[in-house]
Design a protein around this ligand. Structure first.
Ligand code: SER
Length: 337
């Protein structure tokens, strides 16, 4: 069978590297990557072609590519986006818009729906205050959609753009049978944690930063309060979810955007787990008001029952399995502790 063509933007990021590795393990794909950085060694040999540079200026490189799947991961994350807001909008919204236009055009012209996979985020939510956050329980996709950050606004709007291009673009759904629209699918990720890479520019970064610091015997000053709670997920589960959603038959999907969750824990829970595994670790709390404000606006936990019902989503790692079977064994190997 001919190889299927896949584009992964933001390939050098944490999700990108893990996704490219997993796609390549599955086999059957010609993987094209793009990022403003050169490819790291972890995936250099796995990319058939790497387009390096600002996606908005490089988009024309993709005009003639016959992609079956696009994983659009490139983004400026929440903390970084708050200090360079207009630049973040350009990267997060205009970059997505260009790719959606390209995918919509190709889907229509060649009568083949390009599958467009988009990682949205818990940042799409905005809880007005801590009291509402604590009382909200498991938040559903359509609740509390009033993001407080540029990144969250960008993600929420791009979800809408994806729905528009996949359902209503040119209002062709009214007269064409079947309409050849792009096939947009999105997940709202919680904070992600990898044993191999570190995030940068995000606000959920305190979780992975604390754990990696502890494993290396480095002191860590956590930039949010001890009681701060949001949901997190192991990177292998994040990749599994993207591949499951990619494989899911269109007819099974009752919506375009799905919440995902694995385990909701506090920064103090992270500290306790880190100290248990690495007793010499030193973790203090020095909240940064801006970053605290961002994470306080994110729900403590989300309801992912629709992903479970529609496409069988189920994380492999709850909090105990995350530490005992994934993070700690891998991180010990990595840092030799
Ligand atoms: N992890 C992201 C961030 O902190 C949220 O999607 O910005």
């Amino acid at each position: 069978m001919a190889e299927q063509q896949v584009l992964v933007t933001g390939a050098c990021g944490e999700i990108g590297q893990a996704l490219v590795q997993e796609l390549s393990k599955r086999g059957g794909y010609r993987i094209v990557t793009s990022d403003y950085m050169p490819l790291p060694d972890s995936i250099k040999a796995l990319s058939a072609e790497h387009v390096q540079g600002d996606l908005l200026y490089k988009i024309k490189n993709f005009y003639d590519c016959d992609f079956d799947f696009i994983f659009h991961l490139a983004a400026s994350l929440s903390s970084k986006a708050e200090v360079a807001t207009e630049d973040a909008h350009r990267i997060n919204v205009e970059g997505t818009m260009q790719l959606l236009m390209l995918a919509a055009y190709r889907s229509e012209k060649y009568k083949k729906s390009v599958k467009f996979l988009f990682p949205s985020s818990i940042a799409a939510y905005g809880m007005p205050d801590l009291d509402s956050k604590r009382k909200a329980g498991l938040v559903k996709e359509e609740e509390w959609d009033n993001p407080h950050t540029m990144y969250g606004c960008n993600k929420l709007y791009c979800e809408k753009l994806g729905m528009y291009y996949s359902k209503f673009y040119g209002q062709k759904h009214l007269d064409e049978q079947p309409p050849h629209m792009l096939d947009f699918r999105a997940v709202r990720f919680p904070g992600l944690i990898s044993a191999y890479t570190l995030p940068s520019g995000g606000t959920s970064d305190y979780g992975p930063e604390m754990l990696h610091a502890a494993a290396q015997g480095k002191d860590y000053a956590c930039f949010v309060r001890a009681d701060t709670k949001i949901s997190f997920m192991a990177m292998p589960d994040a990749i599994k979810s993207l591949l499951m959603l990619m494989d899911a038959p269109r007819g099974k999907l009752s919506r375009t955007v799905y919440n995902l969750a694995a385990f909701a824990i506090t920064a103090e829970d992270f500290r306790q787990r880190a100290l248990k595994a690495f007793p010499n670790a030193k973790v203090t709390f020095q909240p940064n008001p801006r970053r605290q404000g961002i994470v306080d606006s994110w729900p403590e936990d989300v309801d992912d029952s629709r992903a479970r019902a529609d496409w069988g989503w189920m994380p492999d790692y709850d909090v105990d399995k995350f530490f005992d079977e994934y993070f700690l064994p891998e991180i010990r190997k990595r840092y030799g502790k």
